[in-house]
Design a protein around this ligand. Structure first.
Ligand code: NAP
Ligand code: ZN
Length: 346
């Protein structure tokens, strides 16, 4: 067992406080990690604010973890002390169901164990990356390529895989017109992946002042969604819209931007149900879909792809005592484009 300092909230919407918890003693398949950086995902806010049902408090959020291996269990084969590693959104799954066997642990039939706000298979609450150390089963640890810095790489562990996986599944590539809706933590990484995959990329954002940054990330076009002309100009244009917005959108309005057979894929996860008119689908054989992070093999593939294509999240590194302020700023969309906690400040 090892004591580790954490940042936790004791109730929904409570401010963060420093505390200490115990990490489990190393099991034969475990990797112990000294956490260096932890990104702040909007899902951390949904969870810590109790937006989604079933919050477990006290809660230590954080599922964009990078760090250095400090110890390995006797059966660990792929990692050694000193390795640069990452941990994403989940830390266990059954390993035996059809989904786990094909590397889609996020769809584990038994239910995966999330990195925080979850119970592990022994019934103990899990605590995430806003902490100095974590102990994780080898299967859920990925390698950070040497070309990626540990601070800028951390958002890839969630924002990266959550956007890479659907872009690949819905075949973003040459000849495809892709819209990235919302240019926050997920959105700004999605632009880079879609561009690197060879698609024609359009950014749809409320902001009027992010165009030059969007183009720098690889977008071909930028439209502000507060401008009603946008929806006339772009009617029937896209093969795929990747919706990264953390709030409900006007689904019919965005479906009208899809061509025949186009798909609106939701990764943004507001708590409230949304509505649409079935005729928005029927008349042009359109689809609505969703996508949840991605499996472990694909997470490693995404990291290697990011390293090979110089895909780097744009981050603002903050200290532990700035997390409450960072949450407020994310809720005001005042972030360019991901806050990352320097864990040495904890
Ligand atoms: P973020 O950095 O806050 O970005 C969300 C963006 O959505 C904002 O930058 C803003 O973009 C837009 N937005 C926010 N509020 C809006 C509103 N009321 N109306 C219209 N647009 C609005 O959040 P994130 O970390 O990228 O996460 C985005 C969402 O994805 C969250 O709901 C999160 O829980 C979810 N998520 C899902 C998965 C998954 O596996 N499916 C994984 C990770 C995160 P503009 O200012 O450019 O318009
Ligand atoms: Zn996340």
């Amino acid at each position: 067992m090892c004591q580790t300092h954490v940042l936790r909230v004791t109730a929904a919407k409570a401010p963060f406080e420093k505390a200490s918890i115990e990490r489990r003693a190393l099991r034969p398949d475990d990797v112990a990690i000294d956490i260096k950086f932890s990104g702040i995902c909007h899902s951390d806010i949904h969870s810590a604010h109790g937006d989604w049902a079933g919050g477990i408090f006290p809660m230590v959020p954080g599922h964009e973890i990078t760090g250095i291996v400090t110890a390995v269990g006797e059966r660990v084969k792929t990692f050694a002390v000193g390795d640069r590693v990452g941990v994403g959104c989940y830390v266990d799954s059954c390993g035996a169901c059809e989904y786990c066997l094909r590397g889609e642990e996020q769809h584990c039939a038994k239910g995966f164990v999330a990195t925080y706000n979850s119970l592990d298979y022994d019934g103990n609450p899990t605590y995430g990356g806003y902490s100095q150390h974590i102990v994780v089963t080898e299967r859920f640890v990925v390698r950070i390529p040497d070309r990626l810095a540990l601070d800028a790489a951390s958002p890839l562990l969630c924002a990266g895989i959550t956007t890479y996986a659907p872009l690949k599944r819905w075949k973003a590539g040459p000849g495809k017109r892709i819209a990235i809706l919302g240019m926050g933590g997920l959105g700004h990484v999605a632009i880079q992946f879609a561009h690197a995959m060879g698609a024609e990329v359009t950014v749809l954002s409320r902001a009027k002042d992010k165009a030059s940054e969007a183009l720098r990330f690889g977008a071909d076009h930028y439209y502000s969604t507060v401008d009603p002309e946008t929806f006339n100009d772009l009617a029937g244009r896209f093969d795929l819209i990747l919706n990264t917005v953390s709030a409900n959108i006007d689904v019919d309005l965005y479906l009208s931007l899809l061509r025949v057979d186009g798909t609106l894929v939701n990764v943004g996860a507001p708590a409230e149900p949304s509505q649409y008119n079935v005729f928005s689908l029927i008349m042009s054989r359109r689809s609505i879909a969703g996508s949840l992070v991605g499996g472990l093999p694909e997470t490693q593939e995404m990291l290697d792809f990011a390293a090979a294509h110089d895909i780097v999240p744009q981050i603002e590194v903050i200290r532990a005592e700035q997390v409450d302020e960072a949450y407020d700023r994310i809720l005001r969309s005042d972030v360019r484009y991901r806050f990352v906690i320097d864990i040495s400040s904890l």
